[in-house]
Design a protein around this ligand. Structure first.
Ligand code: ADP
Ligand code: MG
Length: 536
């Protein structure tokens, strides 16, 4: 610490509200930026901390009521004595002075007048690790050239979120994370690609094309489509069609907003499903008004309600990829590819309505969930390593449509978010309106990568269940409008603001390099379990 420039000393504070440091007179407040990292050199520990606010103070209020005129000399004389700056800092991690000891969460604070230094590269490397097979560089700190790495093994243990206003770089952050997990072979990915960004080259701002996952990872990534018209044969691996007989009541209820369904639509549909099983929708759409009346009378329902449901659900049958009947063969082939550790981008083509998106995502995800759940149960019974389900991460955009308070309780996506990694399926939710996501779901989001947000409610939502969230809010509000993000949660040792790693030629090259380190990924819990199975 001795050879570093001291920024100031700690003068007050508490564990809960953070610490205040008095800035050295020679240091300019203008060099202190919110989000920057500092190290407080305590007696037994260094406290790795984030700067959360900068304040101007004066020892004597008279100086302020009668400010000196523009004489630079007097300003310099006053600076550091009568006038000074303070820094609000929030300790994030304790680094014991013994370099072999583990980093620990902050449980105490340094004593009065502990000196404060700028964090240096070595501190960062100690905290954020070095990029290796399971540590993926997501970006760099604002003012330093060292990688900030995400622990991919921890990442895939929970559902995760990427948030930010439109145009702040969510899709690019998503690409980065997907590439990281694909390269590491740590999880399969299924991407519900609403805007056709991941399967093929996408046009970015400035008219440059960026490479698709398919281009970067070849046949490891399969492209399925709902809209093969106009696509070259051979440029996709399968066409998805949905049969009316594959649509369950459970798939229709979350479409309440999209179809303007009444609150009793679910009950009405359930009556039909009781009677006609998987043909309920086909039957409903074919009913004449006479038949509607008869059905209503026989089942104690209201004919008007059935008629209205029929009128609204006709919209589903008008979707071009919906047929009267379909089997699950293509979808099952896709699911088997995922189980075999490959990755799938499902392109919606021109079917980018939220009606199409939600319908398809629900039907497919329900089936996947069933498959992974069965496999997990089988594995739990026989403990045969070959039966262990490969972790799967499902990416959904506009996630709040699936996870708003009404839908989160009843849709498959809400269930996955809540049950965490019980069955090795997790979500990567991408959203610009996190405040619309159910609170309980938000609190289960393990790692949150958040670009700029302006709306107060959205900012609050990102910090659901995070201690010390208030101090971080000001950090979030100061991000650049692009390519900067706050990363916090399970997969990083502490919250950190990054300049997002550029998705460019250098990145492509890095992704095409063979992975370093051991090549067979063994999930952590499996190591633990095999310890139980084979005690020494
Ligand atoms: N990591 C990055 N590398 C390169 N360009 C980026 C990156 N992040 C953002 N951009 C630029 O910002 C633009 C908007 O990013 P995008 O991910 O499409 O925003 P969002 O999905 O939040 O609407 C992109 O078109 C691209 O030009
Ligand atoms: Mg986007």
């Amino acid at each position: 610490m001795q050879d570093r420039t001291r920024l100031g000393v700690i003068i007050s504070g508490s564990l809960n509200s953070g610490l205040t440091a008095r800035l050295e007179g020679r240091e300019s407040v203008e060099n202190m930026r919110v989000g920057q990292f500092v190290v407080i050199n305590g007696e037994k520990n260094d406290f790795f901390s984030m700067l959360t606010d900068v304040t101007l103070e004066a020892t004597n209020p008279n100086v302020l009521t009668d400010p000196p005129d523009g004489d630079a000399f007097i300003h310099t004389v006053l600076a550091g004595t009568a006038t000074y700056g303070t820094l609000q800092v929030r300790p994030q991690l304790m680094l014991p002075h013994d370099p072999s000891a583990q980093l620990t969460p902050v449980k105490t604070i340094p004593r009065h007048f502990s000196p404060l230094y700028e964090a240096q590269e070595a501190d960062f490397s100690r905290v954020f690790g070095v990029a290796d097979r399971t540590h993926f560089e997501i970006g760099k700190p604002l003012d330093m050239e060292v990688p900030v790495c995400i622990d991919l093994e921890r990442l895939i243990e929970r559902s995760n979120g990427i948030f930010g206003k439109s145009g702040t770089g969510k899709s690019f952050l998503t690409r980065l994370l997907l590439c990281g997990t694909i390269q590491a072979g740590i999880a399969s990915n299924l991407i519900f690609d609403m805007h056709n960004e991941y399967g093929r080259d996408a046009l970015a701002e400035g008219n440059v094309f960026v490479k698709s996952l398919r281009q970067l990872f070849g046949s490891q990534v399969l492209v399925y489509t709902l809209d093969p018209d106009g696509m070259q044969r051979g440029s996709y691996d399968g066409e998805i069609v949905i049969g009316l007989d594959q649509i369950e009541v459970e798939d229709v209820i979350p479409l309440q907003d999209e179809l303007n369904l009444s609150s009793t639509a679910g009950e009405t549909a359930a009556l039909l499903e009781d009677q006609h099983k998987e043909r309920w929708l086909i039957q409903l759409l074919a009913m004449s008004s006479e038949e509607i009346k008869e059905f209503a009378e026989a089942n104690g329902a209201h004919p008007g309600a059935i008629g209205a449901l029929r009128r609204k659900l006709i919209q589903i049958s008008r979707l071009k990829f919906v047929q009267k009947q379909a089997d699950f063969s293509v979808i099952d082939r896709m699911i088997e590819a995922l189980a075999a550790k490959r990755h799938v981008v499902l392109e919606f083509g021109r079917h980018s309505s939220s009606l199409a998106y939600m319908l398809v995502a629900n039907i497919i995800t329900r089936r996947i969930h069933r498959r992974w759940k069965d496999q997990s149960e089988k594995y739990n019974q026989n403990k045969n390593a070959a039966d262990r389900p490969h972790p799967l991460m499902i990416t959904i955009e506009e996630a709040h449509k699936f996870l708003n308070p009404a839908n989160a309780k009843q849709t498959i996506f809400g269930m996955i978010a809540r049950e965490m990694r019980k069955y090795s399926v997790t979500l990567l939710v991408v959203d610009q309106r996190p405040s619309s996501i159910d609170k309980e779901v938000m609190s289960q989001i393990g790692t949150r990568i958040t670009a700029l947000l302006n709306d107060e409610h959205d900012i609050d939502a990102v910090f659901t269940g995070v201690s010390g969230g208030t101090a971080l809010k000001s950090v979030l509000a100061t991000l650049d409008s692009k390519q900067q993000a706050l990363v916090l949660g399970h997969a990083v040792p502490m919250p950190v603001v990054i300049r997002t790693r550029p998705y460019d030629a250098d990145f492509y090259k890095a992704m095409q390099q063979p992975r370093t380190g051991n090549t067979t990924f063994v999930p952590r819990s499996m190591e633990e379990e095999s310890d139980d199975l084979f005690p020494d």
